[in-house]
Design a binder for this molecule. Structure first.
Ligand SMILES: NC(=O)c1ccc[n+]([C@@H]2O[C@H](COP(=O)([O-])OP(=O)(O)OC[C@H]3O[C@@H](n4cnc5c(N)ncnc54)[C@H](O)[C@@H]3O)[C@@H](O)[C@H]2O)c1
Ligand SMILES: [Zn+2]
Length: 352
């Protein structure tokens, strides 16, 4: 088992190992005073892992209720959030009891938000079951639901009490959902870790998973620690995301987030290589890894549509935009610039 300590506004541990869902009760009981537990899960994950977590919590002395919602981003809404809050109130959950978020990023974001709002804050244990949720959303403290006007527009910064990443849960992921996690993992390598890129390149796809998850979380932890509220440094985590979000938006969200990020990273990296801003190996290593993990390297969308979509992004500040550019293998820099620069990146980088 690998344990990572995150020292945010409150310190907590992230544990990574096979079989952790069956130990959820034993590992979380010492951190929680009350003995009422509500498991929040979606309609795909609950039938797979709900009983395991329920049994584990009951063995540790918890009384367990479950709130299960229809799987998918379309459930990450204020409506579902209010249903969940109402459920907690009717169960009479107190501030010393706890929520257990069992599922992917949708479950983690929404349960985390409910836990930060109900009674002005109750403990939350995150049990991420998707690769993306393990390597990304479990560290950083962001919680959210979506509005029709945009994703993640309503949320808080709230740290969990404990995060348990059970690597056995990854076995039931669909290949497309798993690939999304790999896109973010490759991103961590590109922004901060040549060593991670080397490990991914040298081993068969999917191996060394416990080390890979832990290494990614250490990178995210260290970036976030320097910048807990998402201002400057943390933007490096958005490598591939400015263009990726624009691609997702143009595709009417029929494109997976991870696919958008993969295409965004590849377009930006090719542009930087072609403009002489980083060495050729950035492109070859990245494209090889994207191929290996069945991720796309470009999109067939129109440049002007992508630009318009990027302008509508909530992360935009005025007319300026921060582009995250590779400067060497395993290192990216922030370039605060304007939209004409993004136009040029698309022009130069979209062709394979
Ligand atoms: N808080 C953050 O910092 C942060 C970071 C990145 C992403 N996110 C959010 O995370 C969400 C995306 O995460 P996601 O891809 O995990 O979405 P998700 O929770 O919708 O999971 C994707 C799909 O996989 C299924 N699934 C999850 N685990 C499974 C398992 N072990 N076996 C079988 N099926 C499983 C889910 O039911 C769902 O259908 C988005 O809403 C995004 O905004 C948040
Ligand atoms: Zn992402």
């Amino acid at each position: 088992m690998t344990t990572i300590t995150v020292k945010a506004s409150r310190a907590y541990e992230v544990k990574i190992a096979p079989g952790l869902l069956a130990r959820a009760g034993e590992l979380s009981a010492p951190l929680i005073q009350g003995r009422d537990a509500v498991i929040v899960s979606d309609s795909n994950v609950w039938p797979l892992y709900g009983q395991t977590v329920r049994d584990s919590l009951e063995q540790a002395g918890f009384r367990v209720d479950a709130f299960v919602f229809p799987a998918g981003e379309s459930s990450k809404t204020p409506q579902t959030l209010v249903e969940l809050l109402t459920f907690l109130a009717r169960k009479g959950l107190t501030r010393s009891d706890a929520l257990f978020a069992l599922g992917g990023g949708v479950t983690g974001d929404m349960a985390g938000l409910a836990a930060s709002l109900y009674l002005r804050g109750v403990p939350c244990v995150q049990l991420p079951t998707s690769l993306l949720a393990m390597v990304d959303s479990s560290v950083g403290g962001k919680t959210a639901v979506d509005l029709p006007e945009g994703k993640n527009l309503v949320g808080t910064f709230t740290q969990p009490h404990l995060v348990l990443c059970d690597t056995d849960a990854l076995k039931t992921l669909s290949p497309a959902v798993e690939a999304e996690g790999w896109a973010e993992i490759i991103k961590y390598g590109m922004i901060r870790s040549r060593r991670l890129l080397d490990v991914l390149s040298a081993n068969p796809a999917g191996s060394e998973i416990e080390w890979v998850i832990a290494h990614c979380l250490e990178i995210k932890r260290d970036v976030v620690a320097s910048d807990e509220r998402d201002n400057a440094v943390r933007q490096v985590l958005n490598f591939g995301h400015t263009i990726g979000h624009a691609i997702e938006r143009c595709g009417g969200y029929s494109i997976y987030h991870g696919e958008g990020v993969a295409m965004g990273m590849a377009i930006m990296t090719r542009a930087c290589v072609r403009m002489g801003l980083c060495p050729e190996e950035c492109r070859t290593v990245l494209e090889d890894l994207l191929d290996r993990y069945h991720l796309p390297k470009t999109c067939g969308m129109k440049r002007e549509d992508l630009l318009a979509a990027a302008r509508a992004d909530k992360k935009r500040r005025g007319e300026t935009i921060t582009l995250i550019q590779p400067e060497a293998l395993g290192s990216c820099i922030l370039n605060k610039t304007d939209f004409s620069r993004l136009d040029r990146v698309l022009e130069v980088g979209m062709d394979l």
